[in-house]
Design a protein around this ligand. Structure first.
Ligand SMILES: C[S@@+](CC[C@H](N)C(=O)[O-])C[C@H]1O[C@@H](n2cnc3c(N)ncnc32)[C@H](O)[C@@H]1O
Length: 197
């Protein structure tokens, strides 16, 4: 039985985040979630969407910034293909992406290495937890800001029927390489989902 679906055929979107798809782990980000970021964080200079999928996030980033480059390890028909962000040493001003669930820690490390100014990752809010992450990430390089979504994001695989709502809390984790100090916790106001869906 495919654990992705309820017995009645309904799709369980949030559980699917654990799956490694053929490609692997491809979930386009709903546009409103990226609008919420660019509405609240300013990015100066080029932005690299380093796991761009089909460009869902890149296309919204372009509404706020004229210089957006996109790549992915897999061919989703968008951006440069075959670029492994986990192995990258390319330096760029800013990086924004939604990483595959199983590689979130690796993406943080690559972001810290490759971003000159800011990098922002869309992650589960629960990413804040965990003794291993406390040691390897948060005690050394805590995010500058965490933007908690007050609305739930639902991720659907490409072409899946859109029904139900998400049960997992997400947040934008932003590292500003030009700032140090304590992590700022902010809440994104509701309304983005209705405005940009
Ligand atoms: C959750 S999807 C998000 C796609 C896109 N960022 C968005 O928000 O719509 C994660 C993407 O990461 C890509 N990916 C997986 N491992 C990668 C790696 N090591 N380097 C670059 N991209 C990778 C997958 O192919 C997939 O397109």
């Amino acid at each position: 039985m495919d654990a992705t679906y309820n017995l009645n055929g309904g799709f369980k979107p949030t559980l699917k985040r654990f799956a490694d798809l053929a490609g692997p782990d491809f979930y386009p980000t709903p546009a409103w979630a990226t609008h919420a970021l660019v509405d609240n964080e300013c990015f100066t200079g080029q932005i690299w969407e380093s796991a761009c999928g089909n460009g869902a996030m890149s296309e919204v980033l372009k509404t706020a910034n004229s210089d957006v480059v996109s790549s992915d390890l897999f061919d989703r028909g968008y951006g440069d293909v075959g670029v492994d962000f986990l192995a990258s040493n390319t330096r760029v001003p800013n990086i924004v992406t939604n990483p595959p669930y199983n590689s979130a820690e690796g993406f943080v490390k690559s972001g810290l290495r490759c971003a000159e100014k800011k990098f922002a990752l869309l992650l589960r809010l629960a990413f804040l937890e965990g003794a291993k992450r406390q040691k390897s990430i948060f005690s050394i390089s805590p995010p500058t800001r965490v933007w908690v979504f007050s609305e739930r994001i639902t991720f659907y695989p490409m072409n899946a029927e859109r029904k139900g709502s998400g049960t997992t809390a997400y947040a934008w984790f932003v590292w500003d390489k030009q700032k140090s100090g304590n992590t700022e916790l902010r809440w994104l106001p509701p309304g983005y989902k209705a405005a940009f869906s």
